[in-house]
Design a protein around this ligand. Structure first.
Ligand code: GUN
Length: 283
């Protein structure tokens, strides 16, 4: 039976460290500040945004909340970002995705000043990540690495297989694993013999967006399994990209869904806010 990696517990360890740093900054008369922008009425996004604001409160980070109508134009959103870019008291800007279809997501992400891009989505920050120099790393991938490190899992020299090649998880998590000296293979929907790659993985990261896609028979005995997926299963319950029941019989460590990678994304966002604030204040 696998050790279950408790993402909720580890996320609180990180938030407590962030809170300590925010308290230190307060002594210097500085309070980190995050602007959270939500456009439209997507219920899942509303929950994420609420949780981000709650985490800010926990960490002693000020949050500015912008809840905009679905009908907001691209120009209006870009204007708001411009205003926040120029606001010295605002250290981080987060635009919750997805945006309504009439707004060009790429244009919006490019508008955010890289030093305020606490999501780590700006191509400048993605570029820094690829050369191992990022200050603001994208949150979910950085959260995966923290889970491994804080569970005592060594990455160096390991066969790391990432299933999924999205810009926000698959690609950056591969770059971070490479930076930790893992040997990384990225699999995706066009990969031939996916099962063979997976069975060879010492560390398997599932970020493909298909419920329970990775089953126990695809996992090497003793492998470490990180499940980034958040899906609704046929039974209506939340589930990951990994079939937990069969996978935990093979894995040495595994993240559950919920309570694995999920809480880490917000914890890493908080960490980025404080890092952005420090860097903008020359600290
Ligand atoms: N939508 C789903 N995940 C994320 C995230 O990490 N950041 C933002 N901004 N939007 C998201």
């Amino acid at each position: 039976m696998a050790n279950i990696i408790d993402g909720k517990k580890i996320s609180f360890e990180i938030k407590d460290e962030v809170k300590l740093q925010a308290t230190e900054l307060e002594k210097k008369g500085i309070q980190p500040c995050l602007a959270v922008i939500l456009v439209g009425n997507d219920p899942a996004s509303a929950v994420y945004v609420r949780n981000k604001k709650k985490a800010c409160e926990y960490c002693n980070i000020k949050s500015l909340s912008y809840e905009l109508e679905e009908s907001t134009t691209e120009e209006e959103l870009l204007e708001l970002i411009d205003k926040l870019n120029n606001d010295k008291n605002c250290n981080g800007i987060l635009v919750q995705l997805p945006l309504p279809s009439h707004i060009d997501e790429n244009k919006v992400l490019l508008k955010i000043l890289p030093e305020k891009d606490v999501d780590g989505f700006h191509p400048y920050n993605v570029g820094l990540l690829s050369i191992g120099k990022a200050v603001l790393k994208s949150c979910t991938p950085a959260g995966c690495i923290e889970l491994l490190k804080r569970s005592g899992v060594e990455i160096e020299g390991k066969n790391c297989v990432v299933v999924g090649r999205s810009n926000i998880v698959g690609k950056p998590v591969g770059m971070l694993l490479t930076a930790e000296n893992g040997t990384v293979t990225t699999c995706h929907s066009r990969t031939k013999n996916m099962v063979d790659f997976c069975r060879n993985a010492d560390i398997l990261v599932a970020a493909i967006g298909k419920p329970k896609y990775i089953t126990g028979d695809m996992i090497k005995e003793g492998a470490v399994v990180i499940d980034v997926g958040i899906n609704r299963g046929e039974d209506g319950k939340l589930c990951g990209d990994v079939d937990f029941e069969s996978a935990e019989k093979k894995a040495s460590f595994i993240t559950p869904v919920p309570g694995g990678v999920g809480p880490m994304t917000i914890a890493m966002l908080m960490k980025n806010c404080v890092a952005a604030c420090k860097s903008q204040n020359g600290l």
